[in-house]
Write a new protein. Structure first.
Length: 713
């Protein structure tokens, strides 16, 4: 053997040693669990986690959001994976920009946090179609989320695609990466009964399919009490310390995958405000009473439903009441109070994880939980719970008196001193400051483009019935025209157009004149439009624009949902004409959409003309303006209070649908501010385009910066 081979051999030995060491580390990073907690690299952990959904913010915002989550005491960032943005057409994938899942996970890893990856691929999440790509709808014989071969094939392919992508980037903890948990399916138990035996077969199949992907980290199913081994059943809700029935095996830990920090908001609804005290009470209770070892805040940062990504009626501002608000600013005192609670729990997590739990009564509505290590000088942690929402009480614990405020839990990391009480908020509140920096009040800076009212003669898709809305639009647009040529041969006095729709909005036009509109709401799945109409004898064009504001995202048999017009009649005092089975002509989408009039390269198109003399209250009109970016780096938002309903684009990127004319019970718009991420903007010459369905005044739009007032802690 020559010296060359000696060197090669030495090198090989060295290499094997290095590989051996590395592999040793990898094995250490394997994630397992038992009845108490997840075990990461051999260590038990109590983990605080927060949901941040990558497509609901921008890559430019991610580092700051993750840093604030870490500073707030989180260990884990949880996200869903959004199938319909990643696979817009079968086999065509998109992981760019806001959809760059790997970049998001690597950013979390760079900041030293873990990841819980909820692949679904059904996710609900107030995301259009619950995350399913709409093309699934057209797969022959498909039935979603049950023991159905075509569905399972697509679900398995996408799940495998994501897992392989993570594996090839080395992102599972078992490979030295940050992902410590994955989720398959999502709250399936809610609909399982609709599928009978096939539903339970599907649960087993999904669990086996997931487990077979060999990620080296556990899988969870949330709200699925019978999650098959080795998958862990996890709790979702607001009060898992009270409602969770517990892991379905003594070898599984108590995990809370969605602790709702607020609730999503719909058009016509108001923000759901959950107090910092209430959140802290229930998180602490889950840890004390259920031996909880993982709690995820849903959402920690909600962000923005850009484009047409939100599900039916959901506003673009998502969980703005979360600890980080829509713009990524601290929402105080929520963020600070939870941070303190995380620190109090972390200061005694070893004892919580190693000690024996005992509980005892402290009063009629008071109870105590103690975790005590068995060995001499072992730690002791106590939680003193006052479930009385009206009275504070003084209780005796180990010969000391403790005053417990109303509805609160005191944490005693040494069984003596209270370091945190869930109802005692030491963090100062802050308030949002909105500064108008620019208005758009000069009419000569605006351009407009009048979209067209489609009439029967202009359409080429004809049917003798009212067709289903989503099956025609394929979710490429919100808009579908139903058109008809109506022959009025006999007198028709006091004529009324009466229609019923299972879409979200209808605008009716007769002979190119707007006669009226109506809309439904999140809770009622259909609505009626009834408007007087003048019909002389002769031929009339009836054109109805049916609009959807996001596809449904929940429930069984999503593939069979019906949207669009269901009946149309002309009622005269003499007789009624049922037009339901008349000859209808269809047109998918608006002319402006076809022209991509919102794109920057079309901003000089000669379709645009000067704003009319009376710019307000026009129907189906596109508006365009150009503006400079506000100085500095504060968050930016458009105030669209003067507008009605439509969608807005900045430099060709949709900032979402707006619907200011939909008021809540106090007659206030549900949302007036619409986030424009800084990264959508250039210093100057930004192109703003709005499509307004009717009733807007663009001259009163303003551009604002958004910040929070200083708070002293
Ligand atoms: C799933 O992926 C495999 C391999 O890439 C492919 O051959 C198959 O056609 C895919 N099936 C479906 C339903 O997409
Ligand atoms: C759960 O959510 C409630 C309400 O938002 C909150 O009070 C509580 O602290 C949260 N608990 C956890 C463990 O996240
Ligand atoms: C918590 O763990 C203890 C063991 O330390 C066990 O006795 C108790 O039953 C557990 N409580 C719950 C709610 O699982
Ligand atoms: C301890 O907790 C168990 C389970 O919640 C309950 O049944 C029992 O009454 C509690 N004991 C005391 C003394 O409160
Ligand atoms: C507190 O009381 C409410 C009823 O007022 C009850 O539903 C809840 O389970 C109680 N929680 C605790 C922690 O005892
Ligand atoms: C509490 O006081 C009683 C009598 O004063 C004593 O017997 C007991 O050991 C004390 N308990 C603790 C935990 O200090
Ligand atoms: C969807 O449209 C296609 C043709 O355009 C038709 O064959 C199919 O029956 C429609 N499906 C539903 C559910 O309406
Ligand atoms: C109906 O629409 C067609 C096509 O746009 C048009 O030629 C016709 O004049 C319209 N009829 C009426 C009564 O407006
Ligand atoms: C329309 O046609 C459908 C299917 O042919 C039929 O069931 C329905 O009764 C008809 N409706 C009217 C109002 O004629
Ligand atoms: C706006 O237009 C609609 C119908 O075109 C009309 O009913 C309404 O009165 C108008 N509102 C204003 C403020 O002009
Ligand atoms: C760290 C701390 O505050 N320890 C205190 C706990 O309570 C005892 C008496 O109750 C004090 O002596 C300690 O200083």
């Amino acid at each position: 053997m020559g010296s060359y081979w000696v060197h090669v051999c030495l090198f090989m030995i060295l290499l094997m040693v290095i590989i051996g060491v590395t592999r040793g580390n990898n094995e250490d990073a394997e994630v397992t669990y038992d009845g108490r907690s997840l075990i990461i690299g051999g260590h038990r952990k109590i983990l605080f986690s927060g949901s941040i959904h990558y497509p609901r913010s921008t890559p430019q915002m991610w580092p700051d959001l993750i840093a604030k989550a870490k500073e707030g005491g989180l260990d884990v960032i949880q996200t869903y994976v959004f199938w319909n943005i990643h696979e817009p057409q079968p086999g065509q994938y998109d992981f760019s920009g806001r959809y760059d899942l790997v970049r998001f996970i690597k950013e979390i890893e760079a900041q030293g946090l873990y990841v819980c990856l909820r692949i679904g691929p059904y996710i609900e999440s107030e995301w259009t179609y619950g995350g399913f790509p709409f093309w699934l709808h057209d797969v022959p014989d498909i039935v979603y989320r049950t023991d159905n071969e075509p569905f399972k094939a697509y679900m398995q392919n996408f799940t495998t695609k994501i897992v392989s992508m993570m594996q090839s980037e080395g992102l599972y903890a078992s490979q030295g990466g940050p992902i410590i948990l994955s989720q398959i399916e999502n709250e399936y138990q809610n609909i399982e009964h609709s599928f009978g035996e096939e539903g339970s077969r599907y649960v087993s199949w999904a669990a086996d399919m997931a487990a077979s992907l060999q990620t080296g980290v556990p899988w969870v199913m949330c709200k699925q009490t019978d999650a098959p081994d080795p998958l862990i059943n996890a709790c979702n809700g607001m009060r898992c310390g009270e409602t969770f029935t517990g892991p379905n095996s003594p070898n599984k830990p108590a995990l809370w995958t969605e602790n709702w920090t607020s609730f999503y908001q719909v058009y016509g609804g108001k923000p759901y405000i959950r107090s910092a005290e209430d959140i802290a009470f229930h998180v602490t209770l889950f840890i004390a009473r259920k031996n909880g070892s993982y709690v995820n805040y849903y959402m920690y940062h909600g962000g923005t439903n850009f484009g047409r990504s939100s599900s039916a009626y959901v506003i673009t501002s998502y969980y703005d009441q979360a600890p980080l608000d829509e713009y990524g600013l601290l929402r105080q005192p929520k963020w600070g109070h939870l941070k303190e609670m995380h620190a109090a729990i972390k200061s005694c997590s070893t004892t919580l994880l190693q000690g024996m739990q005992k509980n005892f009564t402290l009063g009629e509505l008071q109870e105590g939980y103690v975790f005590e290590e068995e060995e001499e000088d072992g730690g002791c942690v106590a939680f003193l719970v006052n479930n009385d929402s009206v009275n504070k009480v003084t209780v005796q614990f180990q010969n000391r008196s403790y005053e417990l405020p109303q509805k609160s839990i005191s944490i005693l990391p040494d069984c003596q001193n209270v370091t945190f009480n869930t109802a005692t908020v030491n963090t100062n509140s802050n308030t949002r400051v909105i500064n108008p920096v620019q208005t758009f009040s000069s009419a000569d800076k605006w351009d407009q483009f009048q979209d067209v009212i489609q009439n029967f003669d202009d359409t080429c898709l004809i049917s003798d019935s009212l067709l289903e809305h989503m099956n025609l639009t394929k979710d490429n647009t919100d808009y579908l025209w139903y058109t008809l040529r109506f022959e009025q041969n006999s007198p028709c006095s006091e004529a009324i157009l009466h229609l019923k729709s299972a879409a979200h909005v209808a605008h009716a036009f007769v002979d190119d004149t707007y006669i009226g509109g109506a809309h439904g709401n999140h809770n009622d799945k259909s609505f009626i439009l009834e408007v007087p109409v003048e019909l002389n004898e002769g031929t009339h064009n009836i054109s109805i624009l049916s609009v959807m504001v996001g596809l449904p995202d929940s429930g069984a048999f999503l593939e069979r949902r019906f949207a669009g017009l269901t009946t149309v009649e002309i009622r005269c005092s003499e007789e009624s004409h049922d037009l339901t089975n008349a000859t209808w002509g269809y047109q998918v989408g608006l002319l402006g959409e076809k022209l991509e009039i919102y794109e920057v390269q079309n901003s000089d198109s000669n379709e645009w003309c000067e704003l009319g003399d009376n710019p307000t209250n026009q129907t189906l009109v596109w508006y365009k303006n150009v503006f400079d970016s506000p100085e500095g780096d504060e968050a930016v938002a458009l105030n669209l209070e003067s507008m009605g309903k439509g969608e807005a684009w900045v430099n060709g990127q949709s900032i979402g649908r707006y619907w200011v004319s939909f008021h809540d019970f106090n007659d206030q718009p549900s949302q007036t501010l619409y986030h424009v991420p800084r990264s959508f903007l250039k210093d100057s010459g930004n192109v703003l385009v709005l499509f307004e369905e009717g009733g807007g005044n663009p001259l009163r739009i303003s551009l604002n910066t958004v910040s929070v007032s200083l708070s002293s802690s």
